[in-house]
Design a protein around this ligand. Structure first.
Ligand code: HEM
Ligand code: HEM
Length: 223
């Protein structure tokens, strides 16, 4: 039903929402079990062997979930809003957001839905493109360093690369652990910014219910 230039739209499928929240839960548990076995932080939530086993099981489950999420992201067509060609547009919009914020004004979301054609004209706030690629890079780093800790000889190149970044640490595995924990802390900061931005643009509800009222960009008599 259209109301005040807006229409209620199905924004996210059940599967997309389930995968998103499964990833959030898994990352949370990976952080808890990871910090529980950390050599740098002494958060003794579990015995070391229980924490390590839990972390490994969750690590493999999480890799399966993100692989399926990426597959679904592409086959469902969601990817088209996040493609590489939109990164420049996303950075420009981010600069616009910063300037608007400094000027104390409100950022207007370009999200628009064509109620007649029943499809989005623009589905996302452009900054989401950079955020999505940010997640992708962080996930790849966590997967590669995690696998290098489990299979050091197979992923020797990752261990050597981490050692080249942190040469002051004697053992290669110690350097990999440091990069693994550093990226995981960075992921926490990234998740907080992501959650805050989703909330500011009023998107959190639709990640639970799947529906959202979207702007049609048209005066009511033309809808
Ligand atoms: C979002 C994903 C992940 C997060 C947030 C995470 C977090 C952590 C943290 C905080 C540590 C402790 C590092 C230290 O201070 O020593 C750790 C250790 C470790 N992680 Fe992960 N991790 C993730 C994914 C993975 C994956 C996918 C694997 C491999 C399948 C993995 C394998 C390991 C291993 C083997 C250790 C060392 C455990 C030990 O020997 O004590 N992690 N992780
Ligand atoms: C480890 C934590 C998280 C990860 C890895 C994660 C990952 C993602 C990814 C990859 C997307 C799709 C790309 C995008 O639209 O930006 C997404 C969308 C979204 N996330 Fe998260 N997320 C996390 C935590 C959260 C939290 C805590 C919230 C809310 C409180 C949240 C709310 C949302 C919303 C609302 C969307 C959809 C935005 C839209 O409708 O366009 N996420 N998330």
């Amino acid at each position: 039903m259209t109301k005040n230039n807006t229409v209620e739209v199905k924004r996210h499928s059940v599967l997309y929402r389930l995968l998103h929240w499964a990833i959030v839960l898994e990352v949370l548990l990976l952080l808890l079990s990871g910090f529980g076995v950390s050599e740098y932080l002494h958060l003794s939530l579990f015995t070391r062997s229980a924490g390590r086993s839990l972390h490994l099981v969750l690590g493999f489950a999480w890799m399966g979930t993100i692989t399926f999420f990426l597959y679904y992201f592409i086959v469902s067509g969601e990817y088209k809003w996040f493609g590489v060609s939109r990164i420049g547009y996303s950075i420009d919009f981010f600069m616009h957001e910063v300037k608007t914020f400094v000027a104390g004004e409100k950022v207007h979301s370009p999200v628009k839905y064509d109620a007649q054609k029943k499809r989005y004209v623009e589905k996302i706030v452009p900054t989401e493109v950079v955020a999505w690629w940010g997640w992708f890079v962080l996930w790849i780093m966590m997967v590669l360093t995690g696998l290098a800790l489990v299979f050091p000889s197979t992923f020797d190149i990752v261990n050597r690369f981490c050692h080249a970044i942190v040469p002051s640490l004697g053992a290669q595995a110690a350097a990999t652990r440091l990069v693994h924990i550093f990226v995981s802390v960075f992921m926490v900061i990234f998740a907080i910014i992501h959650a805050y931005a989703s909330w500011i643009f009023g998107m959190v509800g639709s990640m639970f219910s799947g529906v959202k009222r979207e702007n049609t960009g048209l005066p009511e008599e033309q809808q």
